[in-house]
Design a protein around this ligand. Structure first.
Ligand code: AMP
Ligand code: MG
Length: 349
């Protein structure tokens, strides 16, 4: 099967195409679509067969639950047993938006969708194409990121076509996404809410609304015996073909260290890649230097991270050195993804 790819402007969704895409979903097919975070691979969330199809298309382990996407707050109660007061407040503040909440699931949601768990992940995305499609599909669309499991999440329709073009029915192309990193996940199944995956909505923003919020201890340390609570966070998300190391420290020291390591690797006959911010990129004279974005506009770094990782996979490099990006708002989310890609290889400058 070759996916039909249809381009449309987010501000002018093509209603006839959306209607057709909605019908494909209702009939058990798979449609990829843009959201404000990354592209999602949609299937009917209430249909066990559709969820199985999603796992098969992605090559995703079936214990890694899917996020159910809604396009109307009124559709939430049917999915869950109860809505804790904190969850209602977050929905009020951040939905539609890049926030996923884990709640106790109702019987409406098949276990195939939740990876066998009694809880369900729910998100109300802030993207006109996503919202129209979810409504056209009947209100409940299960959608993990639309990449092959183990590859970086897709931030363009081209990325989706690269990974899944031969296996799914349709790709709605709404152009490059805005945020570029997956949603923040907050777990409400325990008394104190906790962040299972950092994203655009930061811990500080959540604390402003909720007061007490924890970070899942499994997120903070790599080699600890504590497993992350989001099953997906335990998988090494993305292993670039080249060995990726992150260099930490003060700007000047980081630049010097990367220059030294790059020169050494080149002497050993290796092709070197470097991931740098626009502010420092011109300091590197060796290797293939890719500019990820501006530190002064941190959202540009988040938006381009997966593109840069995909681009490096297409190049013949053996080692990649990346600057660290502990930016004020999104640094936690950016470093979470970069550390996973690097298998937690960090060099102190
Ligand atoms: P993706 O669909 O690629 O954005 O990944 C979804 C993430 O949400 C994965 O890390 C899942 O493990 C996590 N997730 C989904 N549902 C649940 C749940 N019920 N409990 C905990 N984590 C979940
Ligand atoms: Mg994913």
């Amino acid at each position: 099967m070759k996916a039909e790819i249809v381009a449309m402007k987010p501000e002018e969704p093509d209603e006839a195409v959306i209607k057709r895409a909605g019908r494909i979903l209702k009939e058990g097919g798979l449609v990829a679509f843009p959201t404000e975070t990354v592209y999602g691979l949609g299937g009917n969330a209430l249909d066990a067969c559709s969820s199985r199809k999603i796992y098969a298309a992605k090559g995703r382990p079936s214990d890694n639950p899917l996020i159910v996407h809604i396009a109307d707050l009124a559709d939430l109660p049917a999915l869950v047993r109860r809505i804790p007061a904190g969850a209602a407040k977050l929905a009020d503040t951040f939905w539609p938006g890049p926030l996923t909440m884990i709640l106790e699931k109702s019987d409406l949601v098949p276990k195939e969708t939740t990876g066998g768990l009694d809880s369900v992940a729910v998100r109300f995305p802030d993207h006109p194409i996503a919202q129209r499609l979810i409504k056209a599909a009947g209100g409940y669309v299960a959608a993990p990121s639309a990449n092959t499991s183990g590859r970086p999440s897709p931030t363009t329709a081209g990325h989706v076509a690269e990974d899944l073009g031969d296996t799914i029915d349709m790709i709605l192309d709404g152009g490059p996404v805005q945020i570029g990193l997956e949603s923040t996940i907050v777990d409400f199944t325990e008394e104190i809410p906790s962040v299972l995956r950092p994203g655009y909505i930061s811990l500080a923003m959540l604390r402003d609304v909720l007061g007490e919020v924890r970070m899942d201890p499994g997120l903070l340390r790599e080699d600890s015996a504590i497993h992350p609570k989001a099953p997906g966070m335990k998988y090494r998300h993305y292993a670039p073909r080249a060995a990726l190391s992150i260099v930490e420290g003060e700007e000047k020291a980081v630049v010097e260290t990367i220059c030294r390591l790059a020169a050494k690797a080149e002497k050993e006959g290796k092709q070197v890649g470097i991931i740098a911010a626009e502010e420092t990129a011109r300091n590197y004279k060796t290797g293939i230097v890719k500019t990820i974005g501006k530190r002064a506009e941190e959202e540009t770094i988040a938006r381009h991270l997966y593109q840069v990782l995909r681009d490096f996979d297409a190049e013949d490099v053996q080692v990649i050195y990346s600057e660290a990006f502990h930016t004020p708002e999104m640094g936690q989310a950016i470093m979470n993804r970069l550390l996973k890609a690097a298998g937690h290889t960090v060099i102190e400058a």
